[in-house]
Design a protein around this ligand. Structure first.
Ligand code: SF4
Length: 198
């Protein structure tokens, strides 16, 4: 499937009840040729309004975190587990995640990223499940790289907290900042051929 067909399918999707509330489907944004894909949870109010991921307050924080490690939004691709906003930003339900999962899988297959950065527990659990990794809790698995073989290469999965967590609890901000620094180190070591694994 190509991007055009995928976007058409998502725009017409009624596979779970969330389509009824969505002002816009939020498919993804950024560079489809990037090596780095960031995955969040679901669109919020601003994202639903604009039809773009991470454009609200959490998105502004994400932009700052990216900037600090020398990345811009144009250099990455970013999407969410769910393409429609859950009412009042409630947590995604298991059946909604299952219904929306094939779209994320196709997005990843089209991009074939070398790095998948998961933001928060929902994205991390989904990606861990997809790649056969054992998920316990976001606080336990975050801030470390996990290596899997896919698309004829080694793919690094790197979980961290969702930026929205740091907006609600400032104690999480230094943790996310530290994780982003680690991510920067992993990417630059990989570029310099220093990565050793499996
Ligand atoms: S959240 Fe996903 S599965 Fe549910 S209606 Fe929207 S696009 Fe379809």
């Amino acid at each position: 499937m190509d991007w055009e067909e995928l976007e058409k399918q998502i725009l017409n999707c009624k596979k779970c009840p969330l389509y009824k509330y969505a002002r816009n489907k939020v498919i993804g944004d950024g560079n489809k040729n990037s090596d780095i894909v960031f995955i969040g949870e679901a669109p919020g109010e601003e994202e639903d309004k604009q039809g773009k991921p991470f454009v609200g307050r959490a998105g502004q924080l994400l932009n700052k975190l990216l900037e600090k490690i020398g990345l811009t939004r144009d250099q990455i691709y970013i999407t969410n587990v769910l393409k429609c906003r859950p009412p009042n930003n409630r947590d995604p339900k298991e059946e909604e995640i299952e219904a929306c999962k094939p779209y994320l899988v196709i997005q990843l297959d089209l991009i074939k990223p070398t790095y998948i950065v998961t933001l928060g527990r929902f994205a991390t659990k989904e990606i861990f499940d997809l790649f056969g990794l054992k998920f316990s809790s976001i606080t336990k698995v975050r801030g470390k790289p996990y290596y899997v073989r896919r698309w004829n290469k080694i793919v690094t999965i790197f979980p961290t907290l969702h930026p929205a967590a740091a907006l609600y609890h400032t104690k999480y901000l230094p943790i996310i900042e530290q994780d982003f620094e680690k991510l920067k180190e992993i990417i630059s070591n990989n570029k310099r051929g220093l990565l050793k694994f499996i």
